[in-house]
Design a protein around this ligand. Structure first.
Ligand code: MN
Length: 232
């Protein structure tokens, strides 16, 4: 029996929290697919909430980068896309959580970017393969400081917007989420024991598109401030 490791373990990934010194240790990153009707439509897919359930993919916590970062255009893609997203930070454990109790699990909220190798994602989709190569890769999950729920209250609506080079590309409202935060937590917690440190990227509105080297992406959500990313 020994505690020694063969090589250094990965450092804990953490995110800043607005207004306090302590950082939020990041556990898993869940992402909801197709959670705005207009985005699903632009991806060529119809969503019917009465007959369908939400679906998810995950990103490794090590994919996280903080707002303000400059990142490289990633390998193996010629169609690198931004997706502006409302992110929920989980602060309590929960399994089979009722919608009525779901807000209790929320520690806070943040602006996020689900950066996507769209060509690889679509190829995977067409061939029925997992989306990992298109979604889960280095520097693909961008996050702004988490704003505590105790500071802003429960967020159910608000403008969500993204610009590239100052030009508005995405503009919507959180009230257009097909599955809202309570519904997502209730559903996701049937499949996973949600834990403090989990992040949920709740999906992107319509207007996704490509970026190229040199682009500056800026996004904002009411009450949550801004997010910025530069592609080099
Ligand atoms: Mn997304």
């Amino acid at each position: 029996m020994t505690d020694s490791l063969l090589f250094p373990a990965k450092p804990v990934v953490s995110a800043p929290v607005k207004g306090i010194e302590e950082r939020f240790p990041v556990n898993r990153i869940f992402c909801v697919g197709r959670n705005y009707l207009a985005h699903a439509a632009e991806m060529g897919v119809a969503v019917d909430k009465t007959t369908q359930e939400p679906f998810y993919f995950l990103k490794d916590a090590s994919a996280l980068v903080e707002t303000g970062a400059t990142i490289a255009y990633p390998a193996k893609t010629a169609n690198y896309h931004y997706e502006m997203e409302f992110v929920v930070a989980i602060g309590k454990e929960g399994f089979n959580v009722a919608e009525a109790d779901a807000d209790d699990l929320v520690y806070g909220y943040a602006c996020g970017l689900d950066m996507t190798r769209r060509d690889l994602q679509l190829k995977a989709r067409e061939t029925g393969r997992p989306w990992d190569l298109g979604k889960n890769f280095e520097e693909s999950a961008v996050l702004a400081p988490i704003v505590r729920k105790e500071e802003v209250g429960v967020i159910e609506d608000g403008k969500i917007e993204l610009k590239v080079g100052g030009e508005v590309k995405q503009s919507s409202t959180l009230s257009l989420l097909i599955w809202n935060v309570r519904e997502v937590i209730a559903h996701l917690s049937q499949f996973y024991h949600l834990q403090p440190g989990d992040l949920i990227y709740t999906g992107t509105p319509e207007g996704v598109g490509p970026v190229v080297a040199g682009d500056v992406i800026t996004g904002s959500i009411d009450k949550l401030g801004d997010i910025e990313l530069t592609i080099k």
